[in-house]
Design a binder for this molecule. Structure first.
Ligand SMILES: C[S@@+](CC[C@H](N)C(=O)[O-])C[C@H]1O[C@@H](n2cnc3c(N)ncnc32)[C@H](O)[C@@H]1O
Length: 247
């Protein structure tokens, strides 16, 4: 099993800290579930502390960054969950489905092991209009064209609701569009290193795009198009919570 998180993973826990506002939305979507299996659990972000949790994660680099005292973890992939049918009230999968080699199989596994499924993902058609992608790195949209869409994920989960997850201006979880009004953050290679959509691109191409972003920020061109950096607020930059509607 190749592990992209061997290179992406170091430093993940520091730069991808769970955001409390995102956590509250996920927690609400988990409803009354008393037991939760967190698939593609990474370093343990968004794992509830007041429910029984089992984490499933394939990458040893990510497992090694789970904080002491976090939920027990099994090393496995979504496509083959080593768990009995219906053994959990809910299955959670946060920003991981796009990494799965067989999303249909993984989503079927979530349904098999849990009555309720909660998946955090993104709508590529919205993310492709996000300024970093549209104006600087359109190859991200190109590379993500074949990823499972929100509608596909919802279909696989049976009746499911898809709803936008707004991202606060000071979101602590540094995913791709988290810095939507903190453009200077993308100039930092360490920030980019924990964002898989950026880390997978040709580094020379990313450097070139970041030089253009820095120049646009210096000249005020970025501000003319997108407003004042660091203005507070929240934005719909494409993140979506897909929650099954079955009991
Ligand atoms: C962007 S991280 C998200 C981690 C965590 N859920 C979070 O919100 O911080 C994606 C995770 O998916 C895991 N992953 C990759 N392929 C997987 C698979 N086939 N099944 C389950 N997890 C997988 C990676 O190892 C990584 O930990």
């Amino acid at each position: 099993m190749t592990d992209p998180y061997r290179t992406l993973g170091p430093g993940y826990a520091g730069r991808r800290r769970p955001d409390p506002r995102v956590a509250a939305i996920i927690d609400e979507a988990l409803g009354e579930a008393r037991s939760v299996v967190n698939v593609g659990a990474g370093t343990g972000s968004y794992e509830p502390t007041d429910r029984r949790v089992l984490a499933v994660e394939p990458s040893p680099v990510m497992i090694a960054q789970r904080p002491p005292g976090s939920a027990p973890v099994v090393r496995a992939v979504a496509e083959h969950l080593p768990l009995p049918d219906g053994s959990f009230d809910a299955a959670l999968a946060v920003l991981t489905v796009h990494h799965w080699t067989d999303p249909a199989r993984g989503l079927a596994e979530l349904r098999r092991v849990a009555r309720r499924q909660v998946v955090l993902t993104w709508d590529q058609s919205v993310v492709s209009r996000f300024w970093l992608v549209a104006d600087y790195l359109p190859e991200i949209a190109e590379a993500e064209r074949s990823l499972p869409t929100c509608d596909y994920i919802a279909q696989q989960l049976g009746p499911a609701e898809v709803r936008p997850l707004p991202v606060p201006h000071d979101c602590t979880d540094g995913f791709l569009a988290a810095y939507w009004n903190r453009p200077y953050a993308y100039l930092d290679p360490a920030v980019r290193a924990s964002i898989s959509s950026l880390a997978k691109l040709d580094p020379d191409r990313v450097e070139q795009a970041m030089r253009r972003l820095a120049a646009d920020l210096d000249s005020g061109r970025w501000q003319e198009r997108h407003g004042r950096p660091d203005e507070p607020g929240s934005a719909d930059v494409g993140y979506r919570l897909v929650t099954s509607l079955a009991p």
